[in-house]
Design a protein around this ligand. Structure first.
Ligand SMILES: [Cu+2]
Length: 257
């Protein structure tokens, strides 16, 4: 399996659901390879067998073998197995089944030309009041600085790193303040469009520490290629330290005042 993953140039995944996704990708590619070789061979054999030189007199019954029918049934069965046996259960687990918010790190994410911004609720676990009237390029989340719950909220703006602890579920609620972006963390195998006016949640669990790029996977304007944030996956202790320090530094409130 590792050999095939290398053949597909897949970088080693860094999320809990990544390995299953990569396996499925390998199976689909292997099936396509078999089909490519199989159908091409079938074509060459048909051209040779039915050539005029081999059949000077037309045969109105044509081929009598049922091989191609059986082959097609076989291919359909394998495709059904991939879909029902692998793809559907993987989707149910990796996409549909959300962890409880209380057991996860919840981050509001807003894409902006050309930056990724994050908003954490702060140590009190309560989101500060947000209103569109406060939203601006320096306050993309429209946080009300005078709201008591907002005082300890944290934001990281303009492609500053998002911190998350390793081995813990992370829920990102993805939105955009201008055009359609796409929140993609290639090594976490996470991709979700960021659509203005919508908040679309995704979840993943990082399996190793490190820095992981967030790219924008929708061409969103002149600075699209500069729209590169990153996740800093650290151990729980380091995350807690950053979280408290960042919150004490004034978090979202300080940015606004
Ligand atoms: Cu973008």
């Amino acid at each position: 399996m590792e050999f095939f993953k290398r053949l597909l140039f897949l970088p080693e995944s860094a999320s809990a659901h990544g390995a299953g996704l990569d396996d499925l990708l390998v199976y689909v590619h292997l099936l396509m390879l078999v089909l490519f070789i199989g159908w091409f061979a079938f074509f060459v054999i048909a051209v040779y067998k039915h050539a005029r030189s081999n059949n000077p007199k037309a045969d109105y019954h044509g081929t009598r073998s049922h091989f191609s029918t059986y082959a097609e049934i076989g291919v359909a069965a394998i495709e059904g197995l991939l879909l029902l046996g692998f793809a559907v259960p993987l989707w149910a687990k990796a996409v549909d089944k959300f962890p409880e918010e209380k057991d996860a790190v919840v981050i509001q994410v807003i894409g902006q030309q050309f930056a990724w911004n994050a908003h954490y609720a702060g140590p009190d676990g309560k989101w500060g009041k947000q209103d569109i009237q406060f939203a601006s390029s320096t306050n993309p989340f429209g946080i009300d600085a005078n709201d008591a719950d907002a005082k300890d909220d944290l934001t990281t703006l303009s492609n500053e790193p998002f911190f998350v602890p390793v081995g813990k579920e992370v829920i990102c609620k993805i939105s955009s303040m201008d055009v359609i972006h796409c929140f993609k963390i290639p090594l976490m195998r996470v991709t979700q469009d960021a659509v203005p006016g919508m908040s679309i949640p995704v979840h993943f669990k990082a399996t190793r520490v490190g820095d992981f790029s967030i790219t924008c996977a929708q061409l969103c304007g002149n600075g699209h290629s500069k729209m590169r944030g990153f996740f800093k996956v650290v151990d729980q202790a380091e995350y807690d330290k950053w979280f408290i320090a960042r919150s004490k530094a004034g978090g979202a409130g300080a940015v606004l005042e």
